[in-house]
Design a protein around this ligand. Structure first.
Ligand SMILES: Nc1ncnc2c1ncn2[C@@H]1O[C@H](COP(=O)(O)OP(=O)(O)OP(=O)(O)O)[C@@H](O)[C@H]1O
Ligand SMILES: [Mg+2]
Length: 481
């Protein structure tokens, strides 16, 4: 494995440049000069880089020589036709999107072409707007796919990160930091909302450390009841408590020479916090009921989705433990603050779940992609992963339409759907309707706890109350929590 520590100083901007390609390149293979010229003029004006070929032979030569983002291929070329070329092109360049150019009345051939792997077709005389939309959709999909492959290769070579995807600035900075801190034995604290990838990053740190062949032991300190947690972490001697019929090793020992991942550390009891602090200070502890001190060499990575500084201020977390853990802190940004990662993550999970279910790889329809880009993702990457898995499993065709996305995603696009439903509504009515839906959505997400919703909107509870009454927001349950 390469020594990652020497590569940590890479500049984010220059690396980003080699992860993302430049202006889209289109190859047009058509024998009619009029068609070639009008396509070239129109597409050049739209910012594409165009290369022209008049027949199959020169077209194949171009494909071999340069990288293209899309091919416009005439179905009825003289000599070797577009239909003859297509299977070869699909085999040699499986990810290249191909749009067939067809004349009126050749629908039968078009169906065959799509079956053979063409992306779509354009019929002469074409509608520029529709053609442009098709081209952009195909290129965006192709780019995201290529980018994922490319990025994974880079991340694997550079950092040995196999499954972590991201190209946003905060993620690239995080990758650098992970590579930089992984080789040491320093304690690391990973903070981030639920589903942002804390465990994945903890594993990457371990995999990039000299301890990589030693155990990585995760323990969910928030989920294990406190009495049990103590014996889970420190082990016990036989007879230490009623049910301790035999001696048992604790996870600190299991993780010896490796990494112990203390997950959900923010919800640990004060009593446990004191005990953990002691081990962190001198890496020594005793089995429950034991008398002998045990020394271990364990690297600690802790994770939390509550802000520990706030917890310290609120008196729920020991300040001294916080400082012990907070040697190096990695912040995992919520997905909504790095939306450029959404298409990339979507492509990554589409590939993963396609493979896992033994299916042909699915694509999101442009509308489904747009909805995903606009959504808030309160459950972050995990929620996105689940949405894609659901879409892949439920889709019957190659394309995942918006209605196969989970309902909370579809419920979030207020305005355009409303305009269609109520074309005569005044702006005032529409605004009220939007307000009503936003409030109802938020209340549902807060389990109908109005205090929490008011805090979220940063308005007094009384104001929220008035709005709920005036707008007739339907209240399902109140203050369940
Ligand atoms: N950058 C990423 N690239 C690829 N997959 C990711 C990324 N971030 C998260 N995931 C995936 O999302 C899911 C959630 O990640 P993980 O369990 O690491 O989150 P977490 O922050 O520990 O969440 P929680 O607080 O709920 O425990 C996992 O399946 C993980 O593989
Ligand atoms: Mg986790």
């Amino acid at each position: 494995m390469p020594d990652t520590s020497t590569e940590a100083g890479f500049e984010t901007a220059s690396r980003k440049a080699d992860l993302i390609a430049g202006s889209p390149r289109i190859l047009i293979i058509d024998d009619e000069s009029g068609i070639r010229e009008s396509l070239e003029t129109m597409l050049t004006l739209e910012g594409f880089t165009i290369t022209l070929a008049t027949d199959g032979v020169s077209g194949m030569e171009q494909l071999a020589r340069n990288e293209y983002d899309l091919l416009l291929l005439d179905l009825a070329l003289p000599g070797e036709s577009g239909m003859d070329l297509l299977p070869r092109i699909v085999e040699m360049y499986p990810t290249l999107p191909v749009i067939m150019i067809t004349a009126f009345g050749t629908m039968g051939n078009v169906v065959d072409a799509i079956r053979l792997g063409a992306e779509n077709f354009v019929q002469k005389p074409w509608d520029n707007e529709k053609l442009l939309a098709d081209i952009r959709t195909a290129i965006a999909r192709h780019r995201a796919e290529e980018e994922v492959v490319q990025l994974k290769r880079t991340l694997k070579q550079r950092y040995n990160f196999e499954n972590i995807v991201g190209k946003s600035d905060p993620m690239l900075k995080l990758f650098d930091l992970v590579a930089q801190v992984a080789p040491s034995r320093s304690t690391i604290l990973i903070q981030g909302e639920s589903g942002t990838g804390k465990e994945l990053v903890a594993k990457a740190i371990h995999a990039n450390s000299p301890r990589r062949d030693k155990p990585f032991v995760p323990v969910n300190t928030g989920a294990v009841p406190s009495e049990l947690l103590e014996s889970t972490l420190f082990g016990h001697v036989k007879g230490a408590f009623t049910s301790a019929v035999s001696a048992k090793k604790g996870l600190f020992e299991v993780a010896n020479t490796g990494t112990l991942f203390l997950d959900e550390i923010g919800t640990m009891t004060m009593d446990m916090q004191a005990k953990i602090l002691r081990v962190l200070q001198d890496r020594r502890f005793m089995h429950l009921g034991g008398t002998q001190e045990i020394q271990v060499d364990v690297r600690i990575i802790a994770a939390t989705n509550v802000n520990l500084q706030d917890a310290v201020r609120a008196g729920r977390f020991r300040e001294d433990l916080f400082y012990r853990l907070n040697v190096i802190t990695l912040e995992l940004p919520p997905l909504r603050s790095r939306r450029e990662d959404i298409p990339l993550l979507a492509a990554h999970f589409l590939k993963f779940f396609g493979n896992e279910n033994g299916m042909e790889e699915r694509t999101l329809s442009p509308e489904a992609m747009r909805i995903m880009m606009d959504y808030e993702w309160p459950g972050n990457v995990r929620e996105l992963e689940n949405a894609i898995e659901r879409g892949v499993v439920l889709s019957t065709g190659k394309i995942i339409p918006p209605d196969l996305l989970p309902s909370q995603l579809n419920g979030n696009t207020y305005s355009s759907a409303m305009l269609e439903q109520q074309p005569d509504a005044s702006l005032f009515d529409l605004m009220e309707e939007i307000e009503r839906r936003i409030i109802a959505d938020r209340l549902e997400r807060c389990h109908w706890n109005q205090t929490e919703a008011a805090e979220y909107f940063r308005i007094p509870l009384s104001t929220l109350n008035q709005k709920i009454k005036r707008l007739n927001v339907e209240i399902k349950k109140r203050n369940r929590d």
